[in-house]
Design a protein around this ligand. Structure first.
Ligand code: NAD
Length: 488
């Protein structure tokens, strides 16, 4: 891995590891994937471009380590994860700078991500020692049913660029706790964080081959080759619904067990009786965490007519006051988007909404200059069938729609193929819960704009995914129940 000068001042050199990480060894690899600083568009480093042979060597390494790792006592696996948590916490500032540098997010968001990411190691260090089985009699009362949980086996983990640390630890934590060995393929836009974390994993005592990391510009064929290998028993993917569909089809060929954390299109519903300031605070978190580049990001604000104007005014003031800049500038509150392509998509969605009558009360126009910036934007009078009501905006654009009745809000909220997250604001908790139950999503924030928590089951319904990460059940995604019919 090569680092360019822009990088040197920003992160701890001991986290700069060289190359692919396979079987506990750092390999220079071939080819170079440039890593860009989205704040400037400058290249800050390069990582190797792995091919199918490299990926299959990673499967060899994961398989070679599998037996010993699954037989390592849960307490020992737990202590390694706990050390990894401690190391991430001790090195939080360097990791945050690194995330900010390659992803562009504001430092405050990057610090939040490191803390959140490390918590998955602490949580699963605790869960590793708590896996339980089941014993029961058959209804006839004659026989016995014993259910054990076994590690599912070698697991391929694929992660997106928007949370380069947390999306990896949310998979590695439960996989290692369950006794599985893994191959992590991080997004090419943000590989440096993944490699830095692997360095800390080594330091924490993760044995060679238990965690392997590779980067590639050819993810389709590389992943297909791994999924076709009968030693690979699990695919855990976080990313877009489009790629999720492709991978489900690929996994179907050899019936590989899949967990899918896919796209979102979260409605944020505000009733007339909501506390305005609380709703605005929640809206800012739900919309602007990571500059809007979050799967749980509020994508559609449905606001009841009685509070609508005050809400738009308050949101406009708060959005307009945000300081836009390079993620690693400590003053920055909203960093750049990940790529020019991302900015172009936002621009297209905003332009389409405006051409159909939406008005920008702040922002709403692309910016000139270097770096991939889009200004914080509020749109009102948005038609409910605008393209940005159906597609993930994935940027700092709040589209506000007006509604009259509870049934109308629920109908709008459910008019999407996605079902990841929703937010409901009302002082009437009975109403908020009633509405939350009728919105078809895996997660609902009730008078809260932030729902991510390692102790909670994270995931979606409909085309937002399959399975849950985090919480008590997250470890079971990496285990197979095994039933013993026992006579005694
Ligand atoms: P993406 O689907 O483009 O890429 C995700 C990962 O898949 C990357 O590592 C990428 O290299 C890899 N990939 C791309 N094509 C592939 C292929 N054919 N075979 C195998 N791997 C392939 O998504 P992205 O742009 O990196 O991330 C943004 C998306 O992720 C958004 O849709 C967002 O909602 C979603 N997301 C979901 C969650 C969740 O928990 N549900 C969390 C974060 C992000």
């Amino acid at each position: 891995m090569t680092f360019h000068t822009a990088f040197a001042g920003y992160a701890d050199p001991s986290l700069h590891s060289a190359g692919l990480f396979i079987g506990g060894k750092w390999e220079a690899g071939t080819g170079g994937i440039p890593v860009l600083d989205p704040s400037t568009g400058n290249t800050i480093g390069e990582v190797p471009d792995a091919g199918i042979d490299d990926a299959l060597r990673a499967v060899d390494a994961a398989e070679a380590a599998a037996e010993s790792w699954r037989n390592t006592p849960p307490r020992e696996r737990s202590e390694i994860l706990r050390r990894w948590f401690t190391l991430m916490t001790e090195r939080a500032e360097e990791l945050a700078l690194l995330i900010s540098l390659e992803n562009g997010k504001a430092l405050a968001d990057a610090r939040g991500e490191v803390a959140y990411a490390a918590e998955f190691f602490r949580w699963y260090a605790e869960e590793a020692a708590r896996v339980s089985g089941e014993f029961r009699h058959t209804p006839s009362g004659v026989h016995n049913i014993l259910v054990d949980h076994e590690p599912i086996g070698v697991s391929v983990l694929i992660t997106p660029w928007n949370f380069p640390a947390a999306m990896a630890t949310r998979k590695i934590g439960p996989a290692l706790a369950a006794g599985c060995t893994v191959i992590l393929k991080p997004a090419s836009e943000t590989p440096l964080t993944a490699y830095a974390m692997a360095r800390l994993g080594e330091e924490a005592g993760v044995p060679p081959g238990v965690v392997n990391v590779l980067t590639t510009t050819n993810p389709g064929p590389v992943t297909a080759a791994m999924l076709a290998d009968p030693r690979v028993r699990k695919l855990s993917f976080t990313g877009s619904t489009g790629v999720g569909r492709i991978l489900l089809a690929e996994a179907a060929k050899s019936v590989v067990n899949c967990s899918m954390e896919l796209g979102g299109n979260a409605p944020f519903v505000v009733f007339d009786d909501a506390e305005l300031d609380a709703a605005l605070d929640g809206a800012m978190v739900a919309k602007m965490r990571n500059g809007g580049e979050a799967c749980t990001a509020a994508n559609r604000f449905y606001v009841q007519s009685g509070i609508h104007d005050a809400f738009v005014e308050g949101l406009t003031k708060r959005m307009a006051a945000l300081k836009l800049g390079a993620g690693y500038d400590p003053e920055t509150q909203c960093g750049p988007m990940i790529t020019t392509k991302a900015v172009e998509k936002i621009d297209r969605l905003v332009a389409e909404a405006k051409s159909r009558g939406a008005r920008a009360t702040t922002g709403g126009e692309p910016m000139a200059g270097n770096g991939y910036y889009y200004p914080p934007t509020v749109l009102e009078n948005v038609p409910t069938d605008a393209a940005l009501a159906q597609e993930e905006i994935f940027g700092p654009v709040a589209a506000v729609y007006c509604f009259e009745t509870e049934d109308e809000a629920i109908r709008y909220a459910n008019e999407t193929e996605y079902g990841l997250a929703a937010y409901v604001y009302s002082r009437d908790i009975m109403r908020a819960m009633r509405v939350g139950r009728r919105i078809d999503t895996g997660m609902v924030g009730i008078n809260r704009g932030l729902m991510s928590d390692p102790a909670a089951p994270f995931g979606g319904t409909k085309q937002s995914g399959l399975g849950r990460e985090g919480g008590v059940t997250g470890i079971l995604e990496f285990m197979e129940p095994k039933y013993f019919a026992v006579e005694f």
